[in-house]
Design a protein around this ligand. Sequence first.
Ligand code: FES
Length: 577
Amino acid sequence: MSEKKRYRSSEWYHSKSHKRDTFVHRGWMRNQGHPDHLFDGRPVIGICNTWSELTPCNGHFREIAESVKKGVYEAGGFPLEFPVFSASESNLRPTAMLFRNLASMDVEEAIRGNPMDGVVLLMGCDKTTPSLLMGAASVDIPTIGVSGGPMLNGHHKGKTIGSGTGVWQLDADLSAGKITEQDFKEAEISMSRSKGNCMTMGTASTMGSMVEALGMALPHNAAIPAVDARRYSLAHMSGKRIVEMVKENLTMSKIVSKASFENAIKVNGAIGGSTNAVIHLAAIAGRLEIDLTLDDWEKCGKDIPTLVNLQPSGKYLMEDFYYAGGVPAVIKQLLDKKLINADALTVNGKTIEENNIKADCWNKDVIKNFESPLVKDGGIKILRGNIAPDGAILKPSAASPELMQHKGKAVVFESVEEFQDKIDDPKLDVDENSILVLKNCGPKGYPGMAEVGNMRLPQKILKQGIRDMIRISDARMSGTAYGTVILHTSPEAAIKGPLAAVQNGDLIEVDVNNGKLQLEVPDEVIAKRLETYKPILPDIKGGYQKMYVDHVMQADKGADLDFLVGKRGSEVKRHSH
Ligand code: FES
């Protein structure tokens, strides 16, 4: 042992001065049948698993973990799998986002408190990716990400249907009387027909792509379908690589820099990624003590066309994306245009340029080129104005070009409940030029910032064949949703941000190209309205939710808890047995 390099786990398993502690740490582990030689000082690799039968997108993660373990053993490491809080987007109420920060705390403390020298993060369903990256960043040991991969394309009645996006379309068709309840129900299993996460370019696939763009996973991590043998091969290779990373002491903060985040923003624009990436990247950057603001999205997202023709912005699904070349084929095009920080390091020890410069594109309709992109001006647009002094966002690739410059009368809903009660009321004073405004759905107002920003249109408007209107809120929207939807207005209405001052009939000007979101009401009237405004606050009974609303930061800051920002390192106090 003395000639060997001592890793972090040796503090548990090889203490010369605390032999009784070593007996306890090592001895109890032996009850699982691990032979003596696994405790010879080799790197101990934690496999941080978000497997749960209640998180169906991550339901296959035990199999992925087995492949990771093979790679770890092959490289001479000792793999140990551990569970962490698993936030399911499809099941967890009131919203999975409420628990992203809680899960990150679990991840952080589990990594720090246990004998591991490196960690493999198994991530899939939307919030499981940022929560694991956030927690791991605050500890900062060698870390590699492995995503679970998307489901196979949905197929229903001769058409492909995409996760989430298909639900919104089917729901609109059901509301408009174009399909029956039975058709609607039958689409369920046709949509989700294999293991994996949503196979549209929703938040899960976006965050899988962000992991790749940040350099935190091996190439192709985002797009290989969950059931494709190559997913398990990638998991195996990641297990092998993490052992080497421990030997190189290649920690997360040595890989992820401001340049990596700039690359991620550019890749997000090119893939037509989810608006949720704005919040999650800000939170991850905060943990790494990297300053990332909406201005960076403005600066780096500029001039990035959307190349990837995937739902909800386009036509295809993740399976098609993988066969077309996946994220590497997108990064290659950005590299060719000198839009990527080519020297940014990645987990395999190579730069992002070395990993992707030779990537091929096999289908130019799925991954378009700069000369004929899906959307010329993609990315995420930042809007500011007297409604959102700290910013609001919009995804142009999912919006209607004719609504990018628009002035309309506000139709205001003070809460989601009011929206649900009134939206289909035939007496609602609304037409296709109106702007729907929803308040009190921000981080504090609807703890977790519900994905309700893509408000469904009033039935009477849908029946006219209209499928899009401008919607403004302090909420988020699902990455699988589409429409001219302005989200994350900061500060939120619940803390008397100026969105709270909007009233029915007020004129609002939206000018996306010029980043403008303006309420045509004099400043002094806005100030007066805010003085008397009574936000609709959530009924919090205590527990984690109380801590959340007391400490959650606004959307433009990543909606992390204020006391979780930053790195706290991997050192931990010994407790003697
Ligand atoms: Fe899990 Fe969409 S519900 S990724």
